[in-house]
Structure formats: C-alpha cells, structure tokens
Write a protein that binds this ligand. Sequence first.
Ligand code: TXA
Ligand code: MG
Length: 315
Amino acid sequence: MEKTPILPASDAGVTRAAELIRGGQLVAFPTETVYGLGGDATDDLAVARIFEAKGRPRFNPLIVHLPDLAAAERVAVFDDIARNVAQAFWPGPLTLVLPLRAGAGLSPLVTAGLSTVAIRVPAHPLARALLRAVGRPVAAPSANPSGRVSPTRAAHVLDGLSGRIAAVLDGGACAVGVESTILGLAGPPALLRPGGIPAEALEAALGQRLAIGGSAEKPSAPGQLASHYAPGAAVRLGAHAAETGEILVGFGPVKGDLSLSETGDMVEAAASLFHILREADALAGPAGRIAFAPVPDHGLGRAINDRLRRAAAPR
Ligand code: TXA
Ligand code: MG
C-alpha cells in the first residue's frame, strides 16, 4: 500500500472515510479519547485486517462504536441500569460491556467469540458524523501498532501505521487523551479499565462500589497486559528529580524537561499524556531513560497511572 492519505475534517472527508469503511477498508478517525482504527464490525475480513494492521499478537475482543443509544440497543441487551448509565454518560468516554444481542450481525472476531460485547458512543463530532455515515457498527481499537503508545493526533497515527491503512480522518488533538473507561455490566458492575470517565463518577451514578476487573468472561486483552503503551526508552515512575541521563516529565510542583501539567491539572495531564510520552521518547533516544513525577491516584489520575505503570513495566 502507498503512503496513507489524510482526509480533512469536512463533509467530503467524512463521506470518503465512510465509503472506505463500507468497502471493507480501514480508516483511522478521531474520538475524544484517542484515534481509533475503524473497520466494519459486521465484516469478518475488515475486522481481520484490523488485527493484521496493528500486528496484534492475539484476537482480543474490540470495542464497537455506534452513533447513539438506539443503535447500541440493536447490538447489545440493555437493562435499566445499563440504560441509565448510558443516558448519563453517552456520548462520552465510557464503554459498556453487555450481553450480545442475538442476531446483531457482528463478526465473531469482534467479540472473540464471547457472549458479551463492548460498546461505546463517542462524543467527538467527527466520530459521530462518520458513524452515522457508515450506518453500521464500527470496530475501533486505538490506531497504533500493538503494544505501542496510543495516538492522540493524526500524525501519531501515520508514525505507526502509514502504508498499512486506507486513510486517516484528521480531527486535530484529542481532548481527553486516555482511552474510555470500561464498565462491565454483564454481571455485577465492574471496572474493567480505568479511563476518561472517573470511576468515582460511575460509582456515584450507580449508587454502589465497583468491583475491579473480574468479570466471569474477562478476556485477557492487550490493554490489560502488564507491558503496553511502551515507548522505546525505559520508564521510571514516582520521580521527584532526574537521575543522570534521564528525561524528567514533571507534574505540578515537580518541574521537568517536559510537564504533564505545570498547574497539576489532571484533565490537561490526561490530554497530553501520550503526546508527551512520544516527545520524551524522542528526547531520550533509543537507549534513553524517562522518569515521571508522581500523579495523584484519584479521578483521571487512576487512568493516567494505569497507562504509566504499563509503559514502565518490564518487557
Ligand atoms: O477510548 C477507547 O475506548 C478507544 C477509542 C478508539 O474509542 N478504543 C479502544 O478500543 O481502546 P480497544 O478495542 O483497544 O479496547 C479493547 C478493550 C480490551 O482490552 C478489553 O479490555 C475490552 O475492550 N473488551 C472488549 N470486549 C470485551 C468483552 N466482551 N468483555 C470484556 N472486555 C472487553
Ligand atoms: Mg490500545
């Protein structure tokens, strides 16, 4: 395949992206969290191409993206709890794992053969326009090679996947910057992945504490592998100062060569996390080392620390 073209954030760009996806091709598109690598979730070949383009080691279940709750209800079975949570947080950075609806027409590759499905209604206007134009469920993992840092700009997507996918729809920088929170509702409510909606907000809406992880059908998935989001450089966490040769990424009072947020703003830190990880990696060089200042472990900080721990894990 030739160099991957960039499509503009216009009606024409969205129309072309939708045509490509309906034709079984892959198009990266912006969401409020990270760029997704979109393919027709009803087409086995298109879904297989997603795994191939990302170089995913295994067929793990993917998140299915839909334009609204009505479309989501055609794919998954909602009870009152699920519908209330969906109405409170959609469109937005929340994914629900629910029982798969019989006859939904999804490729079994999307759900890895499970009887549950992960669905999400993103808030980004371009994503919503694209999903409406495609008119079918769209499977979309983050648009990066497997195990690498997630993309929050069109240029990040091209860094990793140029020549491997049909197009990138350019929506600028992603506002949230970490992936969606995954809430399991096929059994007792469980936090399957911390993300853009703080777990505390979900607990307040549900009126109960969330179990962490364990659902009966919990798949082992790349976002849950210990080493993930890995830059080239080695990563150290909880740093208050740089050691010799380290690039220090600060937060709040800890000043660094770069900073996730000089004012200690968690929203800003999440939005810049993956971009800063790339910048620090470029500054540190191939055999380099990156140190991160501590980030408080509540609200969005839980999602940030989850990604940082995986970036720092032994590989
Ligand atoms: O923010 C996001 O969610 C991004 C953007 C592009 O929307 N998408 C994303 O998708 O992160 P993906 O496909 O990489 O997320 C897959 C994760 C898996 O790691 C797994 O944890 C969970 O979704 N998952 C998918 N299906 C599941 C299922 N049936 N049961 C439990 N977890 C599931
Ligand atoms: Mg990912």
